[in-house]
Design a protein around this ligand. Structure first.
Ligand SMILES: Nc1ncnc2c1ncn2[C@@H]1O[C@H](COP(=O)(O)OP(=O)(O)OP(=O)(O)O)[C@@H](O)[C@H]1O
Length: 244
């Protein structure tokens, strides 16, 4: 379980998160919905311990990571996989090499086990036949599927998605969202999905926190979003456009 407790974060003079509290349960999909620049990616960086808050605690399975040293963070990060907005694939490596890279770098597995895990992700992501292709020869949706496969390679408990459908066409977006839904069913995984696209939230998220002007203005089951009378939520439900 991931818990942000009274987290505040400033970049210079600018307050990005103001006393934000958020709980992300195992085996559930939690969306963090908000307009561009509101601090959604910042929340993911905080969860991974890449940045520290100015105040507040971040608990991962009960351990406050804000107090840990860099070396103590490795086993905590291993519990989570991340899918970056731009996928962060290595352009000069094939799909198989991309999938296996972190395994080969970080775990002392024999080559047979590494290949088995890579094959598992190739199958899960529907990338059979593309093992030897370079990322530049893949569509946006396929690259995203490689990034998801790579995030799963350490068998994490939780996967963090930064805007997983941004820039994808509607059909590819739907495929990616179904894959995210399947992850929980098949692998019992939890997920955090940060997005500014409200349709993504309705399609896969069990619950949603809405981040607006540094604060969480809604945090409940997704279907209860319709009951909110907050003007910002009313406006996004009617326009489906998130602007500051
Ligand atoms: N290292 C940094 N130093 C200063 N400002 C930063 C830094 N990183 C992010 N910001 C600013 O903090 C705000 C929140 O950034 P963040 O990337 O978390 O937003 P976001 O909600 O994920 O939006 P987007 O989806 O557009 O990336 C933005 O205004 C951004 O410009």
């Amino acid at each position: 379980m991931i818990e942000l407790q009274n987290v505040s974060l400033r970049y210079g003079e600018r307050e990005i998160l103001d006393n934000v509290s958020l709980t992300i349960e195992d085996n559930k999909i939690k969306a963090v919905l908000g307009p561009s620049g509101v601090g959604k990616s910042t929340i993911l960086k905080l969860i991974l311990g890449l940045i520290k808050p100015n105040s507040g605690s971040i608990l991962i399975d009960g351990t406050d990571i804000t107090r840990l040293k860099e070396s103590q963070l490795y086993p905590i990060r291993r519990k989570m996989g991340i899918v970056f907005q731009g996928n962060a694939l290595f352009d000069s490596m094939t799909i198989s090499e991309n999938l296996g890279f972190f395994l080969r770098e970080n775990l002392n597995l024999n080559e047979e086990e590494t290949r088995r895990r890579v094959r598992e992700q190739v199958e899960f992501a529907g990338l059979e036949g593309y093992e030897d292709a370079l990322p530049e020869n893949l569509s946006g949706g396929m690259k995203k599927r490689v990034a998801i496969g790579r995030a799963l390679i350490f068998n994490p408990k939780m996967i963090l998605f930064d805007e997983p459908t941004a820039g994808l066409d509607p059909v590819s977006s739907k495929k990616i969202l179904s894959l995210i839904g399947e992850l929980r069913k098949k692998n019992d995984l939890g997920a955090v999905l940060v997005t500014h696209i409200i349709d993504d939230v309705f399609m896969v998220a069990d619950s949603v926190a809405v981040l607006y002007k540094g604060q969480i203005i809604f945090d409940d089951d997704t279907h209860k979003l319709h009951e909110s009378d907050h003007p910002f939520i009313r406006s996004i439900l009617s326009d489906k456009i998130l602007e500051q």
